[in-house]
Design a protein around this ligand. Structure first.
Ligand code: UDP
Length: 326
């Protein structure tokens, strides 16, 4: 397949580009490098452009296309930031994706894999969140992604745009070869923060946001899924779209929840020493528990995560953080 990857210089997009090249697919990356890294684009042609510039998108789709598939990862994705600056999230995530969809319709492109999130669900109503769970986001980040999921349904019915929205639970881990990995400025995610605190050797640098949640140890529980397992799901979704219409959505996770303290303990086992932390106030917008029921992605897309063990996931991230190349 020939695939346009918007946001391919970012953490998840760059791992997908590597996986695409390993399966002999051809990819072109568009990224504005606001949070992505030019050094992470190693398996694709690179074009610097912004999804807020619809005319550029139309030009790229015309000049570089036609594409068999578009994958879209350009998004602001931090819950806390979205609470403080919702305008940034609605403009970038909602308006940006509308620009892309309109550019696709204008240039005759009709297949999209969209990067969505477990944050569309809000407070869990049952232990495992499946696709039928109600979507009631509790932060503007989740709301912006839910809005686009709804738009995708309408663009399918009115303009024939076929799409798969993939709702990631907690993306983590790194390329096991150590060529690319997770790097955000500033870093807000749990696993990189744990590992960076261990590398810096600074005790107590790591902060645990809240220990009074209604969970067994009081810290938030999440479902950690390896970035390469997300990559395989995207490729399967792209193949699915070659033969299926509709605007579908699938949850992607391992189906196992780990508390913040359990992740810190698992990281300590990987590194071989205890990791110090302090407990701070809870972070606004964090639900206590988010764990997936991802069976539908298995049944319909044929997806199976390979990295099912939290320590093996953390080990790939540890390998990257010790030798970061960008
Ligand atoms: N967290 C934490 N310390 C950190 C980063 C995150 O305690 O330095 C917590 C955060 O409050 C949440 C969980 O770890 O309960 C996962 O957060 P992350 O930012 O990795 O992912 P999110 O769930 O927001 O997508």
């Amino acid at each position: 397949m020939k695939i346009l990857v918007l946001g391919g210089a970012g953490y998840i997009g760059s791992h997908i580009c590597k996986a695409l090249s390993q399966q002999s697919h051809h990819s072109v990356v568009v990224d504005n490098l606001s949070t992505g890294h030019r050094e992470a684009v190693r398996w694709s042609r690179f074009i610097e452009a912004d999804i807020l510039d619809r005319d550029s998108l139309i030009r790229i789709l015309q000049d570089e296309g036609p594409f068999d598939l578009i994958m879209h990862f350009c998004a602001k994705s931090l819950v806390g930031e979205s609470m403080q600056n919702p305008a940034l999230y609605y403009r970038n995530n909602v308006v940006g994706t509308l620009n892309l969809l309109d550019a696709m319709v204008a240039t005759g492109h009709d297949k999209l894999v969209f990067s969505s999130t477990a944050a569309v669900f809000g407070m869990p109503e049952k232990e495992l969140i499946d696709e039928q769970h109600s979507r009631l986001p509790i932060n503007p980040y989740g709301q912006s992604k839910k809005m686009i999921e709804d738009v995708l349904g309408d663009y399918h019915d009115a303009y024939g745009v076929k799409s798969v929205a993939l709702r990631y639970f907690n993306a983590c881990g790194a390329d096991p070869d150590g060529e690319i990995g997770e790097r955000h400025e500033p870093e807000t995610h749990l696993i990189p923060n744990i590992l960076k605190s261990a590398i810096a050797g600074k005790t107590a640098e790591l902060k645990v946001f809240g220990d009074k949640y209604p969970t067994p140890d009081g810290t938030c529980i999440r479902d950690y899924i390896h970035v390469n397992d997300l990559a395989s799901a995207h490729i399967l979704a792209g193949e699915y779209l070659q033969t299926h219409a509709g605007a579908s959505a699938f949850n992607l996770g391992n189906g196992n929840g780990f508390s913040v303290l359990q992740v810190i303990e698992a990281a300590g086992n990987v590194i071989g020493r205890d990791i110090a932390y302090t407990v701070e106030a809870p972070r606004a917008g964090d639900p206590p528990i988010l764990v997936s029921d991802a069976r539908q992605a298995g049944e319909i897309l044929g997806w199976q995560p390979v990295y099912t063990d939290i320590e093996s996931i953390i080990a790939t991230a540890w390998h990257w953080h010790q030798n970061e190349t960008f």
